[in-house]
Design a protein around this ligand. Structure first.
Ligand SMILES: Nc1ncnc2c1ncn2[C@@H]1O[C@H](COP(=O)(O)OP(=O)(O)OP(=O)(O)O)[C@@H](O)[C@H]1O
Ligand SMILES: [K+]
Ligand SMILES: [Mg+2]
Length: 680
């Protein structure tokens, strides 16, 4: 199965950079800065430092103080810039998603079978409005197909050129605004008000406008605030030591020292890392509704998948009528036909078609018929007509129903036929008339190609795959074996699916669920990561916290990798940032206090030129490192499947050790440059 990937964006697009630079200034708004405590502290220091510089204008340290103030402001601007670049890239992705939706006209209907349509602009459509869409039309908004069947070109949002089938009744009923009908006609019930379609809401998230901090981000922020407080105490007590000697250190130097020591690097890059994670998902045509779900994806250990429509193509079609030994094929076909006349599911429609083709059956006229629609709970459907009751459904459910109704044990050959169909991976639908069992309808479905290898990859990543299906155990076993899943649950109702997820979660596992049907919705909502297939129903797309625009359940591989990459990138940059701050302490303190304590000369291994040049170099380094790390924050640390311990060891080595060494080299070089240029 080929995973479609949107075209890669250049990491630094020029127009995007200009926009981000302007945004960085706008983000100086205190209301925005308040959300980021470390950056807020930096701004407070920048303001204080600016005031002190102006107050002491004309003093000996004036020039250095002015430069320090300037670099403090740059530190904040660079952090704002990092976030603005990440958001800008999100916006570019989002505009690609928007497609050609603006300016669409819609044909609004007064009722589902009304013929007269009124031409209205798409923006005026409201929930529950009915619109007619014919070949060539752009679908004016999100909704559910209420009647008809059509092929739809969804390439505007998925990038996939092959058209897909959308039809009323089954699990393939949802349509997305901006996609185009290729053939036939459908009536769509609009499911979202203007600006509230699921793409609109997701676009807002990708753009960062509606992004909320994830619990992990909040926890990390608290840690960063704690570290900042420790350094506040450290810096505040330093003057006490320095005042022993005559040469007091200017307050601006101490303020600058404070900013170099607090974790400004990770504080400045944190939100950019989060936004970039969601963005990377969009590249794979997966849209996350929250940053939290992307993080959870990094730790998933069980994946539940619905069978029909998720593992298989979901176009279950009636292939043959298999009557019991004392029943004619025509009688079975007729019962199946009558019970399916009002059955709106793809299965039901295909039964009507097969019966028509095989025996030329036609709809009875002038007969009172009462239909029982299919439900995932009863797992059967049917009709009452001319005094008789016809039912068809899942073999266990229907056999139990017939036994109760007639009081007779089911004939032996029924089990054999059911078994034959199921072992072939088909779905056996049993048919009964007035409690008398007639035979089996064989529904065929096809496993999505290439799925087996992808499940093997999931296994290698340590993720257990479990198929959950309303189908019988034999069919389930056959499909499970063919698809290569680790385990399966058969004859599952929506409640059972939900229960299974809760059980795993109680055992401390993090569960992902892929599904498409309305009956998957509760499970999708309960799972830590609920990936709805875009081909599915609107209910499923609402319930999940991610939507796969390509409806490929094995996309979870990419989703997990991106989640892991997000967690690793944040861990790596946090390690680097904190190691950096500690190293800076040892790099600058000796130089800063050399005048007061000449014995510190032994520690002054850096040989920085003067206290002024040392602190200026440190604050410049502190600002520039944010800019230098933006590419890593956006692209993420490379993830290759390996054990958690190996990954941790490697990252500690690179980012921990690197974080310790880099400031010594960087500050030394900047100190030399600053001195050579006569800036300090
Ligand atoms: N139109 C129908 N009329 C009667 N019975 C049906 C109909 N469609 C499906 N069934 C039976 O009901 C069972 C449950 O169907 P349902 O669509 O709820 O399954 P599910 O839980 O979504 O899992 P899966 O998608 O893997 O089948 C099917 O396996 C089939 O035996
Ligand atoms: K810092
Ligand atoms: Mg289903």
């Amino acid at each position: 199965m080929s995973i479609h990937r949107r075209q890669a964006q250049a990491l630094f697009d020029r127009a995007l950079m200009g926009q981000a630079a302007r945004e960085a200034l706008v983000k100086l708004n205190p209301r925005h800065l308040f959300r980021n405590p470390v950056m807020f502290a930096t701004v407070v220091v920048a303001v204080l430092s600016t005031i002190l510089t102006l107050r002491d204008w004309g003093s000996a340290h004036m020039a250095v103080m002015a430069q320090i103030s300037l670099w403090l402001w740059f530190t904040v601007l660079f952090a704002n810039f990092a976030e603005a670049v990440a958001e800008g890239r999100g916006k570019a992705q989002a505009s690609a998603l928007r497609g050609a939706r603006s300016g669409t006209m819609a044909r609004k209907l007064a009722s589902a079978n009304g013929d007269t349509a009124q031409l209205v602009p798409a923006e005026t459509l409201r929930i529950n409005d009915l619109v007619l869409c014919e070949a060539g039309d752009t679908i004016p908004g999100d909704g559910d197909v209420v009647s008809g069947i059509a092929t739809v070109d969804e390439s505007a949002i998925t990038g996939e050129s092959a058209p897909v089938i959308r039809e009323s009744g089954g699990d393939r009923s949802a349509v997305t605004g901006g996609t185009r009908v290729v053939s036939d006609r459908i009536v769509v019930r609009i499911s979202a008000d203007p600006g509230q379609s699921f793409l609109d809401r997701m676009i807002a998230l990708v753009e960062g406008a509606k992004r909320q901090k994830t619990p992990n981000e909040i926890a990390l922020s608290i840690l960063l605030v704690g570290l900042s407080l420790i350094f506040l105490i450290v810096v505040a007590t330093l003057p006490a030591f320095a005042s022993w000697s005559a040469s007091a250190i200017p307050v601006v130097f101490l303020l600058a020292l404070f900013v170099t020591l607090i974790p400004t690097t990770i504080g400045g890059l944190l939100s950019a890392i989060g936004i970039a994670g969601m963005d990377r998902l969009v590249k794979f045509n997966v849209i996350a509704k929250s940053g939290r779900s992307v993080e959870a994806a990094g730790d998933i250990d069980v994946l539940l998948l619905d069978k029909t429509g998720t593992i298989t193509l979901g176009a279950r079609q009636a292939a043959e009528f298999l009557p019991l030994s004392n029943v004619s094929e025509r009688d079975l076909a007729e019962a199946a036909f009558l019970s399916s006349l009002a059955d709106d599911t793809p299965e039901g429609k295909s039964i009507v078609v097969l019966a028509r083709n095989r025996f030329g059956l036609t709809e009875p006229v002038g007969m009172d018929m009462v239909f029982t629609a299919f439900s995932a709970h009863t797992r059967m459907s049917g009709a009452n007509l001319g005094g008789s009751e016809i039912r068809k459904g899942a073999s266990d459910a229907l056999t139990a129903y017939a036994v109760e109704k007639s009081g007779r044990t089911p004939p032996k050959d029924l089990a054999q036929i059911v078994e034959k169909v199921a072992k072939a991976g088909g779905t056996p639908l049993v048919v009964a008339r007035d409690g008398c069992l007639l035979g089996v309808i064989h529904l065929k479905d096809i496993i999505k190609p290439g799925i087996r290898d992808r499940f093997a990859t999931l296994r290698a990543m340590g993720i257990k795959t479990v198929m959950v299906t309303g189908d019988n155990p034999l069919t389930a076993a056959a499909i499970a074996a063919e698809a290569g899943v680790d385990d399966f649950l058969a004859e599952a109702t929506p409640e059972k699916k939900l229960e299974l997820i809760r059980d795993y979660q109680k055992g401390g596992r993090l569960v992902a669920m892929c599904g498409d049907g309305s009956n998957d919705a509760p499970a999708l909502a309960q799972a830590d990561v609920g990936v709805a297939m875009n081909t599915g129903t609107q209910a499923a797309r609402e319930a999940g916290n991610m939507v796969d625009l390509e409806s490929d359940p094995t996309k979870l591989i990419e989703i997990v990798m991106i989640g892991k990459q997000l967690l690793m990138s944040r861990g790596a940059l946090t390690t680097f940032s904190i190691a950096n701050d500690v190293a800076k302490y040892f790099a600058i303190i000796p130089a800063l206090f050399l005048a007061s304590y000449p014995q510190l000369q032994a520690l002054n291994i850096m040989g920085l030129s003067s206290p002024q040049s040392a602190i200026l170099a440190a604050i410049i380094f502190n600002a520039l490192i944010i800019i230098a790390l933006i590419p890593l924050a956006l692209k993420g640390v490379a993830y290759r499947p390996a054990s958690a311990a190996t990954l941790l060891k490697r990252n500690l080595l690179i980012y921990g050790l690197g974080g310790l060494v880099v400031p010594f080299v960087g500050i030394k070089l900047i100190d030399m440059a600053v001195t050579a240029l006569g800036l300090a």
